[in-house]
Design a protein around this ligand. Structure first.
Ligand SMILES: [Fe+2]
Ligand SMILES: [Fe+2]
Length: 238
């Protein structure tokens, strides 16, 4: 029943035959739809939607509490991720700061600090609990950057490429999740899109600077990707 009516509501051309008051009553009780035409039809009830259910792109009901949980998880993990990324570049700078690669790594580190600052704002604005694993990412991030830089600039760049590839994919996954869940938060969407583009640029910088010439590039890359994915999984939940 829910699915049939919600499909009808989504298509603005198909609500002929169902009286507006019938839909409106049902809508008042169960959910609202984001379709523009229907928003106009139901403009009187939209203001009461705080406690109402919404539907996602798969026509299943999503509650405001579920949306809140999704946003919390997104901000928590990204806040942790940007902190970890900044620490990786700091570790690399401790070894390579005075070499020809120094300015390039410093530029990427500065961007990570800007990302970190934005998620510091968001975590406060949305009152999200930070991950309990920050002390671990502090040490692990710096350690990864430091050790890879000791292995040579190519290995440092290989770590950059692996981490940034995983983070770019992670940001794309989040954008999909936001869309599927009908989450209407333009600032969060714009932030993630912008940072995803920055991370992809970092990945290309690494590739351009001989990442693939690092000793044991493939296994090193796979190991770092696995570690980054595990850190993302943990920081979303813990
Ligand atoms: Fe970043
Ligand atoms: Fe980055």
């Amino acid at each position: 029943m829910i699915s049939r009516i919600s499909k009808t509501l989504i298509n603005p051309n198909t609500h002929n035959g169902i009286s507006i008051s019938m839909i409106s009553n049902y809508y008042n009780k169960r959910f609202y739809c984001n379709n523009t035409t229907n928003q106009n039809l139901f403009s009187n009830t939209k203001s009461q939607d705080h406690q109402q259910h919404d539907i996602n792109t798969e026509n299943t009901i999503i509650t405001p509490q579920e949306k809140r949980k999704i946003i919390e998880r997104i901000i928590r993990v990204d806040h942790a991720g940007e902190f970890g990324a900044a620490r990786i570049y700091e570790g690399q700078l401790a070894v390579l700061g005075n070499t020809s690669e120094g300015p390039l790594i410093r530029e990427m580190a500065d961007q990570e600090k800007q990302h970190q600052a934005k998620f510091n704002e968001l975590i406060y604005e949305h009152r999200v609990r930070p991950t309990a694993l920050s002390p671990i990412w502090n040490i692990a991030g710096f350690g990864l950057g430091y050790v890879s830089a000791l292995m040579g600039k190519e290995a440092a760049m290989a770590v950059t490429v692996a981490v940034e590839e995983v983070i770019s994919e992670h940001y794309n996954d989040q954008l999909r999740k936001i869309h599927e869940s009908n989450i209407d938060n333009q600032d969060l969407k714009d932030t993630i899109k912008k940072f995803r583009d920055d991370e992809m640029e970092h990945m290309h910088i690494g590739l351009k600077h001989d990442a693939e010439l690092a000793p044991l590039y493939k296994p090193l890359s796979e190991l770092v990707k696995l570690g980054t994915k595990s850190a993302i999984w943990l920081s979303t939940r813990v």
